[in-house]
Write a protein that binds this ligand. Structure first.
Ligand code: DAK
Length: 257
């Protein structure tokens, strides 16, 4: 299959599987990716979603350039909606999403990683927005999310020059949360995913909704929304359990209610 989904105890690992083309995505891949992400977003048994690429070389080397070569305006718009739809699902689904960047994350691939909540990268990974070299610009959210993740000036440098950065620079600039030896990337990713899968999923959903507001809209409104989301947590079994477990000096067992 073009997009593989492997589930293990609340963690779903989604692998873009096209290693002979550096996991570049064409319309079929993007449609299948969107369908799988839509299912995982709605599945209460899935607590955490990990996105990665097949093989050792690439996470996702972007949109398929050979596919895009002959696109018209109409198909271009459909293509943009499809890619932005995948990014939006990763960003807004009510559970944490983690990008395990195992190699090249370029163009649309870098943009999908930026749409994830947390990014872990192999020390051998390379990231960038090389669209300018193809006579186009980022179109799956890169012009917005890279600046929000780092700084506007640094985002402009990368988008204007198309320069690829290595994992160490990506870490230094805050594009990725951590870097790991290639052989350890998936085990470290699973460790983080398992940690998150053990938290209260209702609290995590509220935490994601609240933190997603940080760079948009009105600060005062967002603080009011935070207070509202905070108060709603007191209607959950997980709040009762979490606080009882603390007082009784034991591990909390969250049910998601
Ligand atoms: N598309 C299609 N094929 C690709 C590809 C890509 N993005 N990246 C790699 N491949 C293919 C190569 O063509 C090659 O295929 P064969 O020649 O073997 O048939 C195979 O993968 C192996 O690649 P290389 O031989 O080039 O391998 P190297 O190790 O030498 O180089 C590389 C690896 C990743 C540095 C290099 O392949 C590369 O520069 N690839 C292109 C990366 C790139 O420019 N990515 C950005 C694509 S633009 C939109 C919104 C968003 C977007 C588009 C539209 N709308 C709003 C409509 C997003 C655009 C992009 O992502």
């Amino acid at each position: 299959s073009m997009i593989e989904v492997e589930r293990h105890a609340g963690v779903a690992v989604v692998t873009v599987n096209r290693p002979d083309a550096m996991n570049a995505v064409d319309v079929q891949h993007a449609e299948e990716l969107r369908a799988r992400l839509t299912e995982l977003a709605a599945d209460p048994d899935v607590r955490v979603v990990v996105l990665t690429g097949a093989g050792e070389k690439a996470f996702i080397a972007g949109a398929d350039i050979k596919y895009m070569q002959n696109l018209g305006v109409h198909e271009g718009l459909r293509w943009a909606e499809l890619g932005q739809g995948c990014a939006e699902l990763l960003e807004t689904m009510p559970k944490p999403t983690i990008a395990a960047i195992n190699g090249y994350a370029l163009g649309g691939g870098c943009e999908l990683a930026l749409a994830c909540d947390i990014r872990l990268a192999a020390t051998t990974a390379k990231l960038g927005q090389p669209e300018i070299n193809l006579g186009i610009i980022p179109g799956w959210g890169g012009s917005q999310r890279l600046a929000r993740t780092t700084t506007l000036g640094y985002a402009k440098e990368l988008v204007f020059t198309g320069r690829m950065v290595d994992a160490a620079e990506a870490l230094e600039r805050g594009i990725v949360n951590a870097i790991h030896e290639p052989g350890e990337l998936m085990s470290k990713t699973r460790e983080l995913a398992d940690l998150l899968a053990a938290k209260s999923p209702v609290a995590l959903a509220a935490a994601k909704e609240a933190t997603n507001l940080a760079f948009s809209g009105d600060h005062r409104d967002n603080l009011r929304t935070e207070a509202h989301l905070f108060s709603m947590a007191f209607a959950t079994d997980d709040q009762t359990e979490g606080m009882a477990a603390f007082v009784e000096k034991r591990e909390a067992r969250f049910t998601g209610r």
